[in-house]
Design a protein around this ligand. Structure first.
Ligand code: ADP
Ligand code: ASP
Ligand code: MG
Length: 453
C-alpha cells in the first residue's frame, strides 16, 4: 500500500486534476490524499475573516467567485454532460452551506467548517473524475476517521480503527481518495491540522496503514538545498535522513508540513517528494539510510519572538531554569531555541498567543525583554562533534549579518541562529556560497565534507 498526496498546485485546475488521474495507473492499492485547489484555503480563510468583521456583502461576493472557479473546473474536468451536471450540483450544494452560514449568523465552528470545504470540493470532484474514467475508486471522508486529541495531537488508535473499517467497507476499491488537512477535534467538531497540513494527513495515514511509501507530489523537483523563493541557483537534494528532513521542515522549508516526518520515521516508511509538473524527475527520498556527512541545506522560519530573561539573583542556580520552563509549560508554548549566560537566558518562541501572560508571570521573578520580528535560520546536515570547520564555514559567510543568538550542538543535524527578519533574504543568499556552483544534482556536492575548510 502506498499513500500519494497531491498539493494545491497539483490539483489547481481541471488539466492538473486530469494529470493526477493519469499518474494513478499501478496495480497496487493506493490512498490518494488531496489538498484544496491552490489559493482556495486562503480565500476561504478570507471569507471567514470578512464575515467575522461584519463585512457580509464582501464575504458573499468572494464566496460567489470561489463557486465560479469550481464550476469552471467541473466544466473542464468531465467528458460527459451527466458528470458535468453532477459536478455542478455537488459544488452548488457545498456553497449553499457557506452562504446559509454567512446569512444565518456566524461563530468559530462555522469558520472551521467553511475552511474545510476546500478539500471536500477537490476530493469530491476528483472522486467523480475517477468514477467517470471507470477506475475502482472509493471516497473515504476524512471527517469520519481523522481525529486530534485535546492536545491537538493525532489520535492514532482512533484513526487506525476507523480508517481500516471504512476501507474494508469498500473491498473492491483500488484507489481510496480522502481529504488532507481536515479532521475532527476531541469534541467531535470540524477542525484542521494547521496550514499545509495535508502532508501531515498523508504521513498519519501512511503510519496507521503501515504503508511501504508516502509520496508527496508538489510543484518542484523535491527538497532544494535553499529556499527557491528567495535564492537563485538552488538545487534538489536526492537523499535526506529523517532527522535532516525533520529539521528542515520544522525550521521553515515550506515544502513539508513541520510534523510530516515523525509518523513515517517511527514506522521506517520512506517519504518521497515528487514533482507533478515533471513526474520523471527522481525527486527526494527521505529515509533512515545514512548518507554523506556535511552541510546539505538551509531554511528559515519567520515570525519568531525572542525573550530575554535576566535575573539579579544567581540565575543558573539549580531550580531557576525549571521555574522558567514551567511558565512555558503552563501556557503550552514550545520553546525553539535557547542560550544561557551567567545572568540571563535568551529563548525563542513561535506562538505568541499567550505571550502577555508568560511575560507577566516571568516578570514576577526576573527582568524580561521581548523582541519580535525575528527569524531563525537553520543550516541542516550531518555534523558530528568530532569533525571540524562547519561552524566556521557558516559564520564566515555571515560577517555582514548581525546575529542575535546561536545554537550548535543540540543535535548533529543543525546549526541555527537568530537574526532580525529584515536580514533573512540576505543571510539565505550569503549562505548559498556554502554550496559549490549551480548543479542539477546533489551528487556533485560530496566535496563539502571531505574538506570543510
Ligand atoms: P503544495 O501546495 O504542493 O503543498 P507548497 O507550496 O506547500 O506545495 O510547497 C512547495 C513550495 O515550497 C515550492 O514551490 C517552494 O517555493 C517552497 N519551498 C520552500 N523551501 C523549499 C525547499 N527547501 N525546497 C523546495 N521547495 C521549497
Ligand atoms: N489546503 C490547506 C492549506 O492551504 C492544506 C494544504 O494545502 O496542505 O493550508
Ligand atoms: Mg504544502
Amino acid at each position: 500500500m502506498k499513500v500519494l498526496k497531491f498539493g494545491g498546485t497539483s490539483v489547481g485546475n481541471a488539466d492538473r486534476l486530469r494529470k493526477v488521474n493519469e499518474l494513478l495507473n499501478g496495480d497496487e492499492p493506493i490512498v490518494v490524499v488531496l489538498s484544496a485547489m491552490a489559493g482556495v484555503t486562503n480565500s476561504l480563510v478570507e471569507i471567514t475573516e470578512l464575515a467575522q468583521s461584519g463585512k457580509m456583502l464582501e464575504a458573499i461576493e468572494k464566496t460567489k467567485e470561489l463557486e465560479d472557479k469550481h464550476i469552471k473546473t467541473a466544466d473542464g474536468l468531465f467528458d460527459s454532460k451527466m458528470y458535468r451536471k453532477r459536478g455542478e450540483e455537488f459544488i452548488s450544494n457545498l456553497f449553499l452551506r457557506i452562504l446559509s452560514r454567512l446569512i444565518e449568523g456566524f461563530n468559530q465552528t462555522d469558520s472551521r467548517n467553511i475552511v474545510a470545504l476546500g478539500e471536500q470540493l477537490s476530493v469530491g470532484l476528483f472522486h467523480m473524475l475517477l468514477t467517470e474514467q471507470g477506475k475502482r475508486a472509493a471516497y473515504i471522508p476524512a471527517l469520519e476517521y481523522m481525529r486530534i486529541d485535546k492536545d491537538s495531537e493525532p489520535d492514532f488508535f482512533y484513526i487506525e480503527q476507523n480508517l481500516k473499517r471504512l476501507m474494508q467497507n469498500n473491498p473492491f476499491a483500488k484507489i481510496y481518495v480522502t481529504e488532507g488537512f481536515i479532521c475532527r477535534n476531541a469534541n467531535g467538531l470540524v477542525d484542521n491540522l494547521g496550514r499545509g497540513g495535508s502532508d501531515f494527513t498523508a504521513a498519519i495515514v501512511g503510519n496507521v496503514l503501515n504503508a511501504n511509501e508516502v509520496q508527496i507530489w508538489t510543484d518542484i523537483d523535491g527538497v532544494h538545498n535553499n529556499d527557491p523563493r528567495f535564492v537563485t541557483n538552488t538545487f534538489p537534494l536526492r537523499q535526506l535522513s529523517y532527522d535532516e528532513a525533520a529539521e528542515l521542515a520544522y525550521f521553515g522549508a515550506k515544502i513539508l508540513h513541520p510534523q510530516t516526518i515523525q509518523p513515517c520515521k517511527v514506522k521506517n516508511i520512506p517519504v518521497v517528494l515528487k514533482n507533478t509538473l515533471n513526474p520523471i524527475d527522481e525527486g527526494t527520498v527521505i529515509s533512515s539510510m545514512k548518507n554523506r556527512k556535511g552541510i546539505k541545506a538551509v531554511a528559515a522560519k519567520d515570525g519568531i519572538t525572542a525573550i530575554n530573561i535576566k535575573s539579579s539573583r544567581m540565575l543558573l542556580a539549580y531550580g531557576f531554569l525549571h521555574r522558567v520552563f514551567e511558565v512555558f509549560d503552563t501556557y503550552k508554548t514550545p520553546v525553539d531555541m535557547i542560550t544561557t549566560s551567567e545572568v540571563s537566558i535568551s529563548l525563542t518562541i513561535d506562538s505568541t498567543i499567550n505571550l502577555e501572560k508568560i511575560v507577566n508571570v516571568l516578570s514576577q521573578f526576573a527582568q524580561v525583554e521581548v523582541e519580535r520580528n525575528q527569524t531563525i535560520v537553520c543550516v541542516v546536515g550531518d555534523f558530528p562533534a568530532s569533525h571540524k570547520g562547519y561552524a566556521a564555514m557558516v559564520f564566515d559567510c555571515l560577517r555582514e549579518i548581525p546575529i542575535r543568538m546561536i545554537s550548535y550542538g543540540g543535535s548533529v543535524n543543525n546549526i541555527s541562529f537568530l537574526i532580525d527578519s529584515h536580514y533573512k533574504v540576505q543571510a539565505l543568499r550569503l549562505l548559498q556560497q556554502l554550496f559549490p556552483a549551480v548543479s542539477v544534482s546533489d551528487s556533485t556536492h560530496q566535496n563539502i565534507e571531505a574538506n570543510p575548510f
